[in-house]
Design a protein around this ligand. Structure first.
Ligand SMILES: Cc1cc2nc3c(=O)[nH]c(=O)nc-3n(C[C@H](O)[C@H](O)[C@H](O)COP(=O)(O)OP(=O)(O)OC[C@H]3O[C@@H](n4cnc5c(N)ncnc54)[C@H](O)[C@@H]3O)c2cc1C
Ligand code: SF4
Length: 329
């Protein structure tokens, strides 16, 4: 498939990038997802604004006061993995990056692009000549959903790997554009809509991801279910952050987030309600896992059945808690 024609702009500042944008344009980061969408005629922008020349969007710093890591949105996944700052201060984050796609794609693909990915569905992510077999669905302006019959909302899945672990780590985002509030927590960045998965307006850019330091007595884990051990998008992702009280070993704070079970990452608030102030035992983990499984409603639009993906939720949650708790000991 050939790329369609489009105009190309390469601004050197965020301000110029924002003002160059038109409603029918797209921002371009690493292009690993966007170029596939262009070739499949899923996206048809008449203008691509390449963010790669904006030096402010690139690189990783550590705030010496707050100890948080500030990752520019155009930082590639490989840079994130190999950064000495990340390896020293957040090694668990560096270790999960290889779970995303392949080495070549991580060399080009950026952290910002990962968080801004469009949602996916087996009826939508198809070349146009295959999609012609089906009546246009809600995501492309039609009136029906092929996955959930009679549904008037789109259930396409947000399948980026990095969002769930970063939500578990309590990351915040900085945005540029014409909104008044330019900072948001990562969970609120997602709208829950399969059609428009994040809050960015057409002329807004994600500029920075701020990740707090992992405190004392805390552990973190991300587990991913996929068909093959490389390339594939997640069929399910489970991220856990847990901090214990240093004196009595009881749970001080916990965040459990499921990825790839719907149009947005799913924060499992029950985890905090059930675990806070208690010793985390296998029985308690099973209770939380049961609650998470009841909350998640994957539908039949990925490479695996919803039933299997739901069945795997408790297993991945147990593995993630075991790994996170082992980090503390
Ligand atoms: C074969 C294959 C396998 C893959 N496997 C995985 C996987 O296992 N896990 C996974 O998470 N991803 C996977 N991906 C998707 C993709 O490679 C990564 O998510 C990558 O990190 C996307 O980043 P990018 O810079 O290439 O984004 P791009 O393709 O450049 O952009 C993606 C979208 O985000 C928007 N965007 C990008 N940056 C910004 C910004 N700063 N502000 C506003 N909007 C922005 C673009 O306009 C576009 O709509 C896969 C892709 C392919 C082709
Ligand atoms: S979930 Fe339904 S509406 Fe959404 S892309 Fe798939 S078929 Fe279309």
């Amino acid at each position: 498939m050939l790329l369609p024609s489009f105009e190309y702009a390469a601004p050197t500042t965020v301000g110029k990038a924002v003002s160059a944008q038109k409603a029918s344009g797209n921002f371009l980061a690493g292009g690993t997802d966007l170029f596939v969408a262009l070739k499949d005629q899923i996206a048809a922008p008449d203008l691509l604004i390449d963010l790669g020349g904006i030096s402010r969007l690139n690189g990783i710093k550590r705030d010496s006061k707050t100890r948080e890591l500030r990752v520019g949105a155009l930082t590639t996944l490989t840079q994130l993995q190999e950064s000495p700052l990340v390896q020293e201060h957040l090694p668990a984050l560096s270790q999960i990056v290889p779970l995303v796609s392949t080495q070549q794609l991580r060399n080009m693909g950026t952290l910002g692009g990962n968080l801004c990915l469009d949602t996916r569905c087996c009826y939508f992510n198809q070349p146009s000549f295959l999609k012609m077999r089906w009546e246009p669905c809600l995501k492309i302006g039609g009136k029906i959903c092929h996955v959930v019959k009679k549904s008037d909302i789109c259930h396409a899945v947000y399948s980026g790997d990095m969002a769930a672990p970063l939500i578990a780590l309590d990351a915040k985002l900085r945005l540029a554009g014409d909104r008044r509030k330019n900072e948001t927590d990562l969970l609120s960045f997602f709208t829950g809509s399969g059609i428009k998965p994040n809050i960015l307006k057409f002329n807004e850019i994600l500029t920075e991801i701020r990740i707090p330091a992992i405190p004392e007595n805390a552990g973190f884990s991300y587990r991913k279910l996929r068909l093959r051990d490389t390339v594939d998008f997640p069929l399910l992702g489970v991220a856990v952050f847990v901090q214990l009280d240093g004196k009595n070993g009881k749970c001080r704070q916990v965040r459990l987030v499921l990825g790839a079970v719907g149009p947005a990452p799913l924060g499992v608030k029950e985890a905090s309600r059930l675990m806070h102030g208690r010793h985390i035992t296998p029985k308690l983990i099973d209770e939380v896992a049961g609650a998470a499984r009841r909350m998640a409603h994957p539908v039949d639009n990925t490479a695996s059945s919803p039933r299997y993906r739901r069945q795997m939720i408790p297993l991945l949650i147990r593995q993630a808690f075991d790994e996170a708790l082992a980090m503390i000991k």
